[in-house]
Design a protein around this ligand. Structure first.
Ligand code: GLP
Length: 252
């Protein structure tokens, strides 16, 4: 039986504020108790408004990220950290440079390691999430293939952090930002489906009508590796945060 919930908002802004408020509440509770908060973070255009709201909360409401540890879902491979295309760069531009998170508490898979060091890096990344006590909250977007992180169709339920090959649709979607398909890396390093499902709470955000079909496929299909986001139906505490457009193909 599926235990997820859906929250539909009039706008992406309202959905983003809803998620930011959940994050804020948890950080403040943990800060008051002297505990760390462990956040799993996502890239893509979808979470940007939510990150803006967290930055506003930091600036205007004194929300401190000094006790927050972050793990990003994924990174292209090969990819240099300081490339404008890297998720490392994206996260610093859109969030980390504007809050008081400690650099040593930021974890993003490394896209610049030699191939022979990648497998060990993936094992270490997975172990580090566990060593921090696991993810309190995982933020997700969704790709047109139904991928979460870079878990493309065919990803297995028990998959963990690993190197993957990107689906052609994903490469096509990324192409404009890279100035052409030929410039998009063919591979990535991503947390696995199992890594994501271990999070105690998951918020998947999807906004706009171009997400309506995959949102419908995710929530109305049986669980299938062909739409990896359907694995979220197995999770006990996942909230799909949608705007009206993204929810438009869901059954009434
Ligand atoms: C990329 C990222 C995903 C993200 C997806 C959708 O593939 N690896 O984590 O969910 O893009 O991006 P957008 O939010 O821009 O639609």
């Amino acid at each position: 039986m599926s235990k997820y919930t859906t929250e539909v908002f009039d706008s992406a802004i309202d959905g983003s504020k809803f998620v930011a408020n959940k994050i804020k509440a948890l950080i403040e509770k943990n800060n008051a108790e002297g505990k760390k908060t462990v956040l799993g973070l996502a890239t893509g255009s979808t979470p940007v408004k939510m990150y803006k709201e967290l930055i506003r909360m930091h600036n205007e409401e004194g929300l401190s990220f000094a006790n927050v540890v972050t793990f990003n879902l994924d990174e292209y491979y090969p990819m240099e950290k300081n490339s404008e295309h890297s998720y490392w760069y994206f996260m610093h531009e859109n969030l980390f440079n504007h809050i008081d998170v400690k650099p040593e508490n930021i974890n993003i898979p490394l896209g610049n390691l030699p191939q022979e060091e990648v497998d060990q890096h993936c094992l270490d990344y997975e172990a580090k999430i566990d060593a921090e006590g696991g993810l309190d909250i995982q933020i997700l977007g969704i790709g047109r293939t139904g991928h979460i992180g870079f878990n493309e169709p065919g990803s297995e339920l028990d998959s963990v952090t690993r190197q993957v090959t990107l689906a052609q649709i994903t490469i096509d979607d990324a192409a404009p930002g890279f100035g052409g398909v030929e410039n998009v890396p063919a591979k990535a390093i991503t947390m696995g489906v199992a890594s994501v499902l271990k999070a105690r709470c998951i918020y998947l955000m999807a906004y706009g009508e171009n997400k309506a079909q995959i949102v419908s496929d995710t929530l109305t299909n049986d669980i299938t590796d062909q739409v990896p986001a359907t694995y979220l139906q197995k999770h006990s505490n996942t909230v799909f945060v949608l705007d009206t457009e993204a929810s438009s193909l869901l059954p009434a």
